[in-house]
Design a protein around this ligand. Structure first.
Ligand SMILES: CC(C)(COP(=O)(O)OP(=O)(O)OC[C@H]1O[C@@H](n2cnc3c(N)ncnc32)[C@H](O)[C@@H]1OP(=O)(O)O)[C@@H](O)C(=O)NCCC(=O)NCCS
Length: 148
């Protein structure tokens, strides 16, 4: 597992919070669908309980040939704080950022196909199935050119 954050202009507090949260997320959870690219990260938000970082939402950007500019969401919550509505809030915060951003044409949500919690959440936030790769990772999307 490799986590990079150097390219993103995050504060030290955000970087430390991100490291603290990701250090408490298991390898199995990561295999369920994270793909973090230091050269593409555009958005990072850390969520706290009191002063303790417990979750993050982040997005990396890339350009897809024939489609345009994409934001790809990753989120993670430390065990003990799941199942209480935080994932939905984080997902919605990411969507709100992507919807306001004029150059973004699609928002993607990726996860392993067995990660039913993540996929249920994505669907309930309005993402629709797009594709699956040969390792079982599925991609869901919100197509801004089709929503109004
Ligand atoms: C996936 C994850 C972000 C969900 O966050 P969460 O805070 O537990 O989710 P919420 O409490 O906001 O629930 C939102 C929705 O997620 C789905 N969900 C959450 N827990 C679920 C469970 N145990 N079983 C089935 N669906 C579940 C449901 O659709 C739920 O909506 P509902 O409450 O109306 O049924 C969290 O489990 C997590 O951090 N997992 C590890 C990292 C990961 O897999 N990230 C996603 C890949 S990028």
């Amino acid at each position: 597992m490799a986590i990079f954050i150097e390219a993103y202009t995050a504060s030290k507090k955000e970087k430390d919070g991100f490291k603290e949260v990701t250090s408490q997320i298991s390898e199995e959870d990561f295999n369920n669908g994270f793909c973090i690219d230091k050269n593409r990260m555009e958005y990072l938000k850390i969520y706290y309980e009191k002063d303790k970082p417990i979750a993050f939402g982040m997005m990396d950007r890339y350009r897809e040939t024939g489609v345009g500019s994409i934001l790809n969401i990753s989120l993670g919550i430390i065990p003990g704080h799941r199942g209480q509505g935080l994932g939905r809030k984080i997902g919605q915060d990411c969507i709100n950022f992507g919807m306001k951003d004029k150059k973004t044409v699609r928002i993607y949500w990726g996860a392993h196909k067995d990660n039913y919690k993540s996929i249920n959440l994505a669907k309930s936030l309005g993402f629709v199935y797009l594709s699956e790769d040969n390792k079982g990772y599925v991609c869901y999307m919100i197509d801004k050119t089709k929503s109004n």
